[in-house]
Design a binder for this molecule. Structure first.
Ligand code: PEP
Ligand code: MN
Length: 339
């Protein structure tokens, strides 16, 4: 449920109202949406709270949300959420390119990739230090030393760091280094992890599970929100279908659907979505036109030697070309709004 505050209400009164609601054992979130101030209220005792709030003079209306993914829904917030990290904006038409290797392999390697990402105009660096690998015998990531190298590279090239956290026990450690936490596809329904990430003060990039429905995906986002973190970025990374020619199948329907149902930004990861380097660019561009707000791309100086995900990783020249086309596609998308 949420309440809409009357226009031109005194800010002090709004603060006092929030405090009163919190004292009723509710969690609250204040947002502005199309020039309205709304206070989202998380409670199990809806009827009791509604009757108490009816007496509040600065409340214009009280609205109960029908959507199961309440605070992630457009019913709660119509306008697109823009998440700001270190001056960079994610969402609502801002160009977002998150480039980097699948795994951080060495200090030299991550510095070189960071330099390339910066040169082509990407503002976000991705790379895994804790890797969810199908085989326990495959490279599992460098762990903390990898995070350290990546942090240094981000500081050197003024990039925003995005890296995966796989376990609740690592949140503090990963949080010491990263700007954005990534939740991998295999952890999309790790509810303990989602709840704990609800308590952190950094954005969470949530990847869609391998076989997750769109509703399950949005409900996973809602877990993070319901525990206090409203900075969620959704990432479509392809799902398992009967098709085996590609590693996964990017759900273009899903992107358009999410765009119509949620206010959170959506990122396309066509590297994992296709698993085939030649397909990454066209599928990325298609997904942007379907509604994605930005792209995640795996890139490596020498993809054939990458420790993980070689077949889907772009080389520097392919990456540069892809980013150029992403920029043009975003401009084209903007121009469509005027038609
Ligand atoms: C990754 O981003 O490196 C990764 C492991 O992705 P996913 O969780 O989507 O498989
Ligand atoms: Mn990968």
């Amino acid at each position: 449920m949420y309440v809409v505050i009357k226009k031109n209400s005194d800010l002090g009164k709004i603060q006092l109202l929030k405090q009163r609601i919190e004292q009723m054992d509710c969690k609250v979130v204040e947002i502005s949406d199309r020039e309205q101030i709304k206070i989202g209220i998380f409670t199990k005792n809806i009827q009791e709270i509604v009757s108490k709030l009816r007496k509040e003079e600065i409340i214009e209306k009280i609205v109960q949300i029908d959507s199961p993914f309440r605070f992630s829904s457009k019913e709660f917030k119509e306008s697109e959420t823009i998440i700001e990290v270190k001056g960079r904006k994610i969402g609502a038409g801002n160009l977002v390119v998150i480039g980097g290797p699948c795994s951080i392999e060495s200090r030299e390697m991550i510095f070189d990739i960071a330099k390339t990402v910066k040169e082509v105009g990407g503002e976000f660096l991705r790379g895994g230090a804790f890797k969810p690998r199908t085989s326990p015998y495959d490279f599992q990531g460098l762990g903390e030393i990898g995070l350290k190298y990546m942090r240094e590279a981000c500081d050197r090239y003024e990039l925003v760091m995005v890296t995966e956290v796989m376990d609740t026990k690592d949140i503090e450690l990963v949080g010491k280094y990263t700007d954005i936490f990534q939740v991998g596809a295999r952890n999309m329904q790790n509810f303990s992890l989602l709840k704990e990430l609800g308590k952190v003060k950094k954005p969470v990039l949530l990847k869609r599970g391998l076989s997750a429905t769109l509703k399950e995906f949005l409900m996973a986002a809602e877990y993070i929100v319901a525990h206090g973190n409203y900075e969620v970025i959704l990432c479509e990374r392809g799902i398992r279908t009967f098709e085996s020619a590609t590693r996964n199948t990017v759900d273009i329907n899903g992107i358009a659907y999410l765009k119509s149902k949620t206010h959170f930004p959506i990122i396309i990861d066509a590297s994992h979505g296709t698993g085939i380097r030649e397909l990454v660019e066209p599928v990325t561009l298609g997904a942007l036109l379907a509604g994605a707000d930005g792209a995640m791309l795996e890139v490596h100086k020498n993809p054939e030697c990458a420790y993980s995900d070689r077949e889907q990783t772009l080389n520097y020249e392919q990456f540069r070309q892809c980013v150029e086309k992403i920029k043009k596609t975003m401009e084209f998308k903007e121009s469509l709004k005027c038609i």
